[in-house]
Design a protein. Structure first.
Length: 346
């Protein structure tokens, strides 16, 4: 019997990574996770193992450490890498930009060096819709000109896209997927794995969930004077399990596709802050107190995907709707009020 393909997942203990590791294991892949646990807990991987009935291999290491990376590649042949490892807090990236460029850009560079050294040339990268900046039109297709991201986090994603494009142009062995995520939300339907933000959440849905769970007092709605149907910001929220499945489809597509492919992973539907608030109230049965607050600096009015290229070329389409996103988030939040640190989920 041929051995199962072996996938290296950087940042696999994190939010999107853990859901993707589960999908990979359930699809018959062998998985090694490399994560420095700077924004996660390996408890996520124990839960993944419970759900999958088998464990990923876990190496606690930093992708910037050449020796540690090399040891992972040397130990067992790797078929492809899915690269989630990175820092993602927009506000923090403004305060400590060098940390973001080092972790995200230098980390990716070191990873690519180690891959090439060990003859691994297939890479799926977590990019973001932030590379479109403030889009001229919506829905956003991949052909739309790239914008100017408004912060160092966004610029690090753009730099990495450029780095990987240059690399693939220099050597035809590289096969790279740049996956531009829209707004990942939700959790696995089991309630066992989900998003576990450090401190006060930056993103809308984890914030709403913690207000509903009584950990935070009220939601601040940042701006109700945008040129949108109800004045609040509109985003394309995508269920994290749909997103995870998109990685599997990208891996498959790369087998027969050299060079760089760029795909939006979104639903193609936009929802406002008030839409999200109401949908969460309906799913949780809780009232979410909120107050109107000034716009958050750097925010854009509207952002949603044209996901048709991913459907055409990857055979992938998001299938989980707003209700599933809300119910799954609430199940995760109510069973794990303190995330992976202590919970009633066991
Ligand atoms: P996350 O913080 O939950 O996961 C990232 C993981 O990478 C964490 O487990 C962290 O410990 C690890 N990590 C960070 N730096 C590392 C390093 N130098 N070496 C080894 N491990 C390291 O974040 P997430 O939401 O799962 O995001 C995954 C990827 O997707 C990130 O690259 C992020 O920028 C990108 N992305 C996320 C979103 C989002 O809204 N969640 C949107 C677009 C793109
Ligand atoms: N938002 C808000 N209050 C919050 C967090 C977010 O009103 O506490 C709004 C934000 O202005 C944006 C939307 O919710 O219109 C989504 O914000 P998030 O940070 O989740 O995603 P991003 O802006 O990075 O797409």
């Amino acid at each position: 019997m041929l051995p199962s393909p072996h996938i290296l997942v950087t940042g696999g203990a994190g939010y999107i990574g853990s859901h993707t590791v589960l999908v990979l294991l359930q699809s018959g892949f062998d998985v090694t996770v490399i994560d420095n646990l700077s924004n996660s807990s390996d408890e996520s991987l124990s839960r993944v193992a419970r759900l999958a009935g088998k464990s990923p291999r876990f190496v606690k290491a930093d992708i910037r450490e050449r020796g540690q990376l090399s040891a992972v590649f040397a130990e067992r042949p790797v078929s492809a890498v899915i690269h989630f490892a990175g820092l993602k807090a927009v506000g923090e990236s403004v305060r400590v930009p060098l940390r973001y460029y080092d972790n995200n850009v230098v980390g990716t560079l070191r990873l690519c060096e180690a891959m090439a050294e060990h003859g691994v040339f297939t890479l799926v990268f977590s990019s973001s819709a932030t590379v479109y900046g403030d889009p001229a039109t919506v829905p956003i297709s991949e052909d739309q000109p790239l914008g100017t991201p408004t912060n160092p986090y966004g610029r690090s994603k753009l730099m990495i896209e450029q780095l990987l494009t240059d690399l693939a142009a220099s050597d035809a062995r590289w096969k790279v997927a740049l996956l531009r995520y829209f707004n990942p939300v939700g959790a696995h339907e089991s309630g066992l794995i989900g998003e576990d933000p450090n401190g006060i959440p930056n993103n809308l849905l984890p914030y709403i969930a913690q207000v509903a769970g009584g950990k935070l007092r009220e939601l601040s709605v940042w701006g109700n004077d945008y040129p949108t149907p109800d004045g609040t910001g509109v985003r394309d929220y995508i269920h994290v399990v749909d997103l995870a499945e998109g990685h599997l489809c990208a891996l498959n597509a790369l087998q027969t596709r050299p060079g760089v492919g760029i795909w939006n992973l979104g639903t193609g539907r936009g929802y406002s802050v008030f839409d999200m608030l109401q949908a969460f109230e309906a799913a949780s049965g809780k009232t979410i107190p909120y107050r109107l607050a000034p716009r958050r600096s750097g925010d854009i009015a509207m952002c949603f995907a044209d996901p048709s290229r991913a459907e055409r070329e990857l055979g992938w389409r998001a299938s989980r709707g707003l209700q599933a996103m809300m119910e799954d988030t609430w199940r995760w939040q109510s069973r794990n009020p303190n995330g992976y640190r202590s919970s009633t989920a066991g």
